[in-house]
Design a protein around this ligand. Structure first.
Ligand code: KG4
Ligand code: ZN
Length: 329
């Protein structure tokens, strides 16, 4: 085809700067810079994240453009929210400027919807509906997904997100940010049966709460100083993974939906992936996961989501504002 549909996608909602090139109905290339400057501080420092995006994004775009000098863009997409407002503003301003200059549509994408769309990178032929758990550093929510752009928000955590709980526990133990992979690594050296953590009360199957579990870990550490930290971390880690999947399966059973998925940074967790596989097999569920590189924030998933917007002529007004919180779920 002489002039196939071509899309540039940008992701700058948190601490990953990423650009992706999408052509026809497939990903051509994704370039990413993970901001390591936050590692020693237990979480993302918003001001630094914005400054890093401001430095990295033009270079990532430049490198992509140099590699594909002849492409002609038909649309530019960027994450509109939720995320850190300063970080979002960098990506959105960049995308809008290109869109105006090239006289092509701007496509503003919802970050959590893009995480759900990441499932389509390996599974072009997904069966709908499915139930999707979005587990990130900022959100732990469940959606009923009926088609690429038709998702029903069911509910989620009443307090912290699961990724945030991992990050805070890691910070308490002096481990670098992001804490999820660190707690996972530590827990692989420990005995998870050394301690039992409680299950928070639920009013609906999709209810979650992580703040009490965070405190429970701190109390367990204080009250049982003889327990090796690897063992306690393993007990907490495995409990959190079981709790996450328990809510997902319980909601799927309640809703009578035989297909489930987990997306977002926490879905990179190996224990979660293997337990999901095992439980889905035992219970007769079909399950979907994104490939590891597309679990954490990336522009490839923004491209997938934006492609559906394009197919449905859902263009975003050029004066649409980035939004920091998840009020538009
Ligand atoms: O989706 P994501 O990259 O960014 C947000 O949208 O927040 O998710 C980042 C979160 C962090 O809290 C990080 O600790 C967690 O995902 N995470 C993990 C793992 N890899 C990343 N949590 C548990 N196990 C992992 N292997
Ligand atoms: Zn994310």
């Amino acid at each position: 085809m002489s002039n196939p549909f071509t899309l540039l996608a940008i992701e700058t909602s948190c601490d990953d700067t990423s650009v992706a090139l999408w052509q026809e109905n497939a990903l051509v290339e994704e370039l990413r810079f993970h901001q390591a400057i936050h590692a020693a501080y237990g979480g993302v420092i918003p001001e630094w994240a914005s400054r890093e995006h401001e430095i990295r994004l033009p270079w990532l775009y430049h490198n992509l453009h140099k590699k594909y000098p002849d492409v002609q863009l038909h649309a530019v997409a960027a994450t509109l929210g939720p995320g850190l407002i300063g970080s979002l503003l960098i990506g959105v301003t960049f995308a809008k400027t290109l869109a105006l200059d090239l006289d092509i549509p701007f496509l503003g994408v919802h970050h959590l919807h893009a995480h759900i769309a990441s499932l389509e990178l390996p599974h072009a032929d997904m069966t709908y509906p499915f139930l999707c758990l979005v587990a990130t550093g900022g959100h732990t929510v469940l959606y009923e997904v009926h088609s690429p752009l038709h998702r029903i928000f069911l509910g989620g955590t009443r307090d912290d997100a699961v990724g945030e709980a991992f990050d805070k526990i890691a910070a308490q133990l002096g481990l670098p940010y992001p804490g999820g992979p660190e707690i996972e690594k530590l827990s692989q050296k420990g005995d998870p049966t050394c301690f039992s953590f409680p299950y928070p009360k639920k009013e609906a199957p999709w209810d979650y709460s992580f703040s009490g579990l965070k405190t429970a870990f701190l109390y367990a550490r204080r009250d049982h100083p003889h327990l090796p930290i690897e063992d306690l971390a393993a007990a907490w880690h495995d409990h959190v993974i079981h709790y996450l999947l328990q809510g997902l399966f319980a909601t799927a059973e309640y809703k009578n939906i035989p297909r489930i998925a987990v997306v977002g940074g926490v879905s990179a967790n190996q224990k979660l992936r293997s337990l999901l596989h095992q439980t889905a097999q035992e219970k007769g569920f079909t399950y979907y996961l994104a490939p590891l590189p597309y679990c954490t924030d990336n522009a490839a998933m923004v491209a997938v989501e934006a492609y559906h917007h394009w197919l449905n002529a859902q263009y975003t007004p050029i004066d649409a504002e980035p939004f920091p919180t998840g009020e538009k779920l």
